[in-house]
Design a protein around this ligand. Sequence first.
Ligand code: ZN
Length: 167
Amino acid sequence: MLDIITVPTPSLRKRSKEIDHNFLVLEETQQFIDDMVTTMYEDDGIGLAAPQVAQNIRICVIGKEAIPKKHHIKGDLILVNPTWERISKKTLWDIEGCLSVPRIFGKVKRYKEIEIKAWDRNGKPLSFEANDFLARVIQHEVDHLDGVLFIDKARDLYEVERKDSRL
Ligand code: ZN
């Protein structure tokens, strides 16, 4: 599907641009979102941000398996121009990996409870709270939109030989 770009490609380190409504509703952009979802699943990812497929625009997709049922989201979560704020100061350390940093894993501290504001794929405003793993995935993906990789924040990095599920 789409090619995943990996470190040290410089565009992974760029701040991606907000997109406007007219651009979002273009057929090409909608197709790109579908292609991102397909690529994420084909590569066993849990989330994918547009700069990972060489587009420096603020879109990320998050797979069903990261989304608790209570959110009543059908299918995958598409976030356009996402921003988040912490709801509490609680943090959690857990293991992360990334499709753009193959075979490397490490522990990253993330906020446990956040509030997200974004558009859905049609430009409709979304606002919701996320906890724990979903909150972690969203913080990881929004970091991509700002040119930040988990290895910048991780401790105890290690390398594995086989592929595994990554963000
Ligand atoms: Zn990643």
